[in-house]
Design a binder for this molecule. Structure first.
Ligand code: HEC
Ligand code: HEC
Ligand code: HEC
Ligand code: HEC
Length: 151
């Protein structure tokens, strides 16, 4: 064995010891219980409160808006994708603050031109060029009124 290696060996042994001790303290207790992950993370995830309730829950009280949303174009969307999570509001209608999302910026999250999106799936406009004379998109396209306009 070359002499350089001989001097390095103790150093290597020290590193391995440090690694093993550190590993012992750093790996969470429940790691490996079921597999190569921390078992406690499942309970922690399950304990996160659910904030979304789904479309049917909204329809119970807002049948008018639900019917109007059937503009057949936005009808595929959930209410909460635009209005935000609704659990608080469903529990207490006065309390839950829901978004009223009609701004150029908000609608642009789905409709502003983006080469990664297919126009066949979703129509896109340049939010800076498309009718900039109005501040808000809903001045012309109200998701709850398109249906009426069509008739
Ligand atoms: C138990 C009945 C009930 C359910 C269920 C319900 N709402 Fe409401 N919602 C109300 C009432 C009542 C108001 C009016 C409250 C007010 O004006 O203070 C309201 C107001 C609103 C408003 C207008 C808020 C504003 O500032 O003018 C929006 C938007 C809304 N609801 C969306 C939803 C959505 C989305 C859902 C489903 C996640 C939903 N609601 C479920 C009863 C309900
Ligand atoms: C594409 C986005 C979008 C979706 C999806 C959507 N909304 Fe709305 N909603 C809006 C906008 C924008 C307004 C504000 C209209 C306004 O200010 O005139 C609004 C207003 C409302 C209001 C308040 C009406 C008022 O007179 O103040 C209610 C209630 C509401 N929506 C319920 C719903 C329900 C229930 C659903 C699902 C069935 C839904 N919305 C889905 C965008 C949406
Ligand atoms: C979560 C994504 C999403 C959001 C947010 C959204 N839309 Fe849409 N929108 C769609 C989809 C999907 C369609 C149906 C496919 C299509 O025609 O582009 C659609 C269709 C439309 C159309 C009809 C386009 C056509 O083909 O003639 C208009 C106009 C429109 N949206 C305006 C709005 C406005 C205004 C807002 C903001 C209040 C908004 N959208 C918010 C997804 C969205
Ligand atoms: C002054 C009224 C007006 C405003 C404000 C407006 N639009 Fe439009 N939009 C129209 C008209 C009219 C059309 C029909 C096609 C055209 O003339 O450009 C249209 C078409 C569309 C289309 C379909 C495009 C296509 O290729 O068929 C989408 C998507 C759309 N608008 C989204 C929006 C969004 C998002 C906003 C807000 C950033 C907005 N619009 C603001 C009047 C308006």
């Amino acid at each position: 064995m070359p002499p350089q290696l001989k001097t390095l060996l103790p150093l290597l042994a020290v590193f391995i010891c440090i690694f093993l001790v550190a590993r012992h303290f750093l790996i969470p207790e429940s790691f490996g219980k079921y597999g190569h992950y921390r078992a406690d993370s499942m309970d922690e995830t399950a304990a996160i409160p659910i904030n979304y309730v789904g479309k049917e829950a909204c329809a119970e009280c807002h049948d008018t808006e639900t019917a109007k949303l059937a503009s057949d174009l936005h009808s595929v969307l959930s209410c909460e994708i635009c209005h935000g999570p609704g659990a608080l509001h469903v529990a207490d209608a006065e309390k839950g603050i829901l978004l009223k999302p009609g701004t150029r910026e908000f609608c642009g999250t789905c409709h502003s031109i983006n080469p990664a999106r297919r126009t066949e799936v979703i129509n896109q406009i340049d939010t800076k060029e498309h009718h900039p004379e109005k501040d808000n998109c809903i001045d012309c396209h109200n998701p709850h009124a398109v249906w009426e306009l069509k008739e």
